[in-house]
Design a protein. Structure first.
Length: 556
């Protein structure tokens, strides 16, 4: 018995060798994929091999027994799992996972394609912007820069999209309308033509060239308001397109409407047409048109800035010239008059040049004081100022009343046929030095203030009326006063009263009255200087937009 037990370790060694061969062949099967081999087979075989080898080298059989028990437990667990396994459900899970992976891969592919398309679109837009910007400089020096630029863009877009016609409309912020600024080719009107308009090509084209469209109630205005590009491939089925008639040149085909947009809002619309009978505009044509409209929008920004700068420069240039001549029109020295004290000043704002005052000693018994504020800027206001000055200097030498002289000047201004603005606010004060009587007539916004020394009261005595230059039939009134020593008459332009401080609050006529009352004991020159100093302190560093002028007359 003992002799047989002495050979028990050999079977363990043989079993371990067989187990190793089994592991080797299982590995070959797995590599070659000749059959499905579960990982459990590898695990069970490995456990038995390890248990056999440990028992053999230690000559203790208990290790083999433990290995056999562990292998049995693993085999039992595997058998239980397989016994209750659902192959169909497992296959569904596997298929669902595979579908999710495939969808994810497909989504990644779509996203990549979309990114490439967006990148290509922006590259095209960038190139178009470069081309337009390089071309833009050639329009800066032309007389009609914006119109010529839009005509160039019109031709460019028409060629790129292979359109039969193109119309570019720009919004007018003041009238809230869209106006045609560029028109080329054949563009059947997609809006309702006027009922009394003959259906002739030249008349219809002329109507479109000079048409203005409201921002709602028509296809141009509606698309402009919405701010989104629109492709109309079949105008017969689109209710927004109005069919005007059976004539061939009025038949509507395919349209593209692309807004010209900037950060501030929509500026206008590029509208393209393709005649019926031809292939309608495609989505690719639509994308190109939108890209080109965006490029036009980007390029218009520097052109607008240049035009604004050029206009501002021209106004400053004209204003500088006008200011030089304005100073020559204002009396260089205040005449010394018996029993009168006179003070005045005029602060000119750059580029405005609208204020004018004058002191005319026409006769021994008559002194005329003029304060005028002409509408407009620069050379325009200077021309009107010269006209008013010339008429008044002639008329005050007559025996006519102040209101009659004002009427004569008004008729002379209204009779002028120029297109420039010729409106003015004027205060005319005729003073009789022998009787101390004053006759005052005003028009527009120039107030006349009276300080009465007897009761220390101050009030505005000018009568409101229309400005000079509105209509020939304007009637002016006279205000007659008898003055005494210490009385003060003051007149100014609205630029002084409307001067703003740093908080945007106006100086007002009340502030002027306070300074006059406070300094009523001083002479007129000192009073005007006090007002000038007070005005300077009040305004501080705030920018002013109108000339400021004051004339003070004190009876001695």
């Amino acid at each position: 018995m003992s002799s047989i037990d002495s050979f028990i370790n050999y079977p363990l060694l043989i079993g371990a060798g067989i187990g190793l061969l089994v592991l080797l062949f299982l590995t070959i099967i797995r590599i070659r994929n000749t059959a499905k081999v579960s990982f459990v087979y590898f695990l069970l075989t490995a456990i038995m091999v390890v248990g056999s080898l440990v028992s053999y080298f230690n000559e203790v059989q208990i290790y083999f027994v433990f290995a056999a028990g562990i292998a049995g437990a693993v085999a039992l667990l595997y058998a239980i799992i397989k016994a209750f396994d659902n192959p169909k459900k497992r296959e569904e899970k596997r298929a669902k996972k595979a579908a999710e992976l495939a969808a994810s891969a497909s989504q990644d592919t779509i996203t990549k394609a979309q990114l490439e398309e967006i990148e290509a679109k922006h590259q095209r837009l960038l190139q178009v912007n470069k081309d337009l910007i390089s071309k833009l400089s050639s329009f800066f020096s032309s007389d009609n820069s914006m119109e010529n630029f839009l005509d160039y863009c019109n031709e460019l877009i028409t060629q790129r999209v292979s359109a039969d016609g193109c119309v570019i409309l720009i919004a007018d912020d003041y009238d809230n309308t869209l106006a045609v600024k560029s028109f080329k080719g054949s563009f059947p009107p997609p809006y309702k033509l006027p009922d009394d308009l003959p259906h002739k090509p030249i008349r219809v084209e002329t109507n479109l060239r000079f048409a203005q469209f409201q921002l709602k109630g028509n296809i141009f205005g509606d698309i402009f308001t919405e701010g989104e590009a629109v492709l109309v491939q079949n105008s017969q089925k689109d209710p927004r397109v109005y069919q005007n008639g059976p004539e061939d040149f009025l038949l509507c085909g395919s349209y593209i409407f692309a807004p010209i947009k900037q950060a501030e809002g929509t500026l206008g619309i590029v509208a393209l047409s393709r005649n019926p009978g031809k292939t309608p505009f495609t989505n690719e044509d639509f994308d190109i048109a939108v890209i080109l409209a965006d490029a036009v929008s980007t390029t218009m920004k520097p052109l607008y800035s240049f035009l604004d700068y050029a206009e501002h420069t021209e106004l400053n240039k004209g204003g500088s010239i006008a200011s030089k001549y304005q100073k020559d029109l204002i009396p260089a020295k205040i005449p010394v008059l018996p029993h009168l004290s006179i003070g005045c000043f005029s602060n000119n704002t750059e580029g405005v040049c609208g204020d004018y005052y004058d002191i005319l000693c026409s006769r021994k018994d008559k002194i005329s004081f003029v304060m005028a504020d002409v509408a407009g800027k620069g050379m325009n206001s200077l021309i009107v100022m010269i006209m008013i000055r010339a008429i008044l200097r002639l008329a005050v030498n007559t025996n006519q009343s102040s209101s009659t002289i004002m009427s004569w000047a008004n008729r002379g201004i209204c009779g002028e046929g120029t297109k420039i603005d010729h409106f003015a606010s004027v205060a005319l004060i005729n003073y009789n030095a022998t009787t101390k009587e004053a006759e005052i007539s005003t028009c527009g916004n120039n107030p006349v203030i009276l300080f009465t020394a007897a009761d220390k009261s101050i009030k505005q005595i000018s009568v409101p009326s229309e400005p000079m230059g509105v209509t020939k039939d304007t009637v002016y009134e006279d205000t007659k006063l008898t003055l005494n020593s210490g009385d003060i008459i003051a007149t100014c332009t609205d630029g002084l009263l409307e001067s703003l401080n740093e908080n945007g609050v106006q100086y007002s006529i009340e502030s002027l009255k306070k300074i006059i009352v406070k300094n009523c004991g001083a002479n007129a020159k000192e009073i005007s200087n006090k007002v000038k100093d007070d005005l300077r302190k009040y305004c501080g560093t705030a920018q002013q937009y109108d000339d400021q002028s004051l004339l003070v007359i004190k009876i001695q």
